[in-house]
Structures are given as C-alpha cells and as structure tokens.
Unconditional design. Sequence first.
Length: 339
Amino acid sequence: MFGFVAYLGRRLLRLVVSLVAVSLITFVLLQLAPGNFADIQRISSGASTIGSAGTEDVANAFKARYGADVPVWKQYLIFMKGAVTWDFGPSYKYPTLDVQEIIAKAFPVSATLALLSVLLALLIALPVGVFAALRQNSPADHGTMFLVTLGHALPGFLSAAFLVLFFTATLHLLPSSGFTGPRNLIMPVLALAIGPAAVLARYVRSSMLETLREEYVTAAYAKGGPRRTVIVRHALRNSLIPLVTVVGPLLAGLMTGTVFIEALFRIPGLGLYFATAAASRDMPLLMGSTLFFAVILMVTNLLVDLVYGVLDPRIRAEGGWGRSRSRKASQRISPQEAL
C-alpha cells in the first residue's frame, strides 16, 4: 500500500508541475502573439475606439479583476490564483459569462461526442482487428489493413466534408449543422470515429497476433478446446488489456480535439468556443480552456496507468507499487527456503 501511495504522490506532483509549465507557456505565447481582443474587435467593426467597438465592458472587467496598469507577470499570478479556485474570470468575447461557466456548459457536449465516437470506434475495431489477425498474410488481411491505413490517414475534417456531401447534399437525410437532436450527432460521431477505429483495429490485430503465439493458447488448442472458445475466452480477453492504454488517452484526445468537427457542424461544444476565442484573442477563455484540456489529458493518462497497473502485475512491479510489499515478503522467507 505504501508503494502505491508513493507512486501516486510522484505522479500527482509531476501533474502539478506539468500544469504550471503548460499555463506559463500558453500565457507567454498569447502575450507574444500579434494583436489583442480590442484591436481585432475595432478592425472587424470598422471602429476607431475601443468603446465604439463594444469592448468598454471588457476593459472595465479587466481593470476590476487585475487593476489598472498591472505588469504582465502579476496578471499571470492573479490568473493562476483564480484558476486554483476554479475562477477564470469573465470572457472577453462573452462578457456576461465567466470562463468556467462556458466550460461547464460546453464541455458535456464535447464529451458526449468523444464518448460516442470511441464506443463506435471500438465496435468497428474489435471485429475488424480479430478478423485480420485470424487471417494473417491472407488477401483478406491485406485488404483490411489497406482500408484501416486509409481510414487512419484520412483527416477528420475531410471525412466530415465527405459525409456532408453524401448524407446532406446528395441524399438529403441528415442536417448539416446544429445541435437540436440525435440526428445532428450522426455525422460528427462518424467523422470522429473513423480515425480512432483504424488505430484501434491495428492495435487489436497486433495484440491478437502476439497472444495467439502464447503457450497457454497452444495448450488450450492441444486440450481439444473449441476454436471459438479458445479465441474468445483466452486470446481475445488478454489481447484487450493493451487497449486500455490506448482508449483512455484517445478518449481524452477526442474530448479536447473536436475543434474542426464542432466548427464545421456548428456544434456548441468547447472546441467551437476555443476556435472562436483563438480568432478573437479572448485570452481568459483561451487560458482557461487550455488548462482544462491539459487537466483532462493528464488525469486520463494517470487513470489509465493506474488501471493498467491493476490489470497487469508486471506494471506494478516496474512502477514501484509493490516494492515495500516485496521487501516484506522477502524478509519472511528463510535462507533455507530461498535456497
């Protein structure tokens, strides 16, 4: 137990340091980027002053939060102090909303898209990967891997464009934008699932081929076990363990990487807000969403490592979870037993 607590403490400390580094890098890059929210609003509206561009409320909110003529380094510290208490301040683009309110409203939409896409990708990848592995080096295997490689190479936004042309422009079956019902989710989920399905299918095939060569699978065949039983109960179950390390980060990546899909289909997720914030230099929303994305990715990776360690004792040993337990166990062994 002590080994696990020490391991978890090291990982949490690393997570905190990484978040600080991400926030600092993001803040510096935003400061160095040309233009600011007021200038962009002034240019886009053709106005000559901040007030006429509709940004006076933003300037007042900035002064209320940071004060007048505050140095850049102090702005960063004030922002991080608010971030620790889940208070990112008001958005420049949406001055009536705080950044945390936007995240709380928009992230469930992105998470729903990501979760449905991963589930669909798994439903496609598992049978495809097993099918290819059981027919290794056959024409069926080569053809399947060609389609998988094609799906992996095809960008998500290009898949989305093809889906819109086919289902909306040609067949007139699905709406091309909006978020009013389940029909609006079909094309975005398909577009997001194609790439992950190809990646997962390759992992399933590779892991399945490795498992089929294990001695216990050969022994199960030798005992006269039915082929289907050996494949499902022995080979497939153990082949799915490595997928844990892939599905977790993949889900987190989709939650934080739906910018193009949400912008294309006009889905009010966090990706759409992030794209709008980047275009308008909405610094609070950019900083807040970037930190939130980083937390999602890092926490998901940590949870995946913990789950993988529970499933595979070798990972616990390599990660130092059970060192104290192993030491105690070795102390209980007598010299005669050790010999």
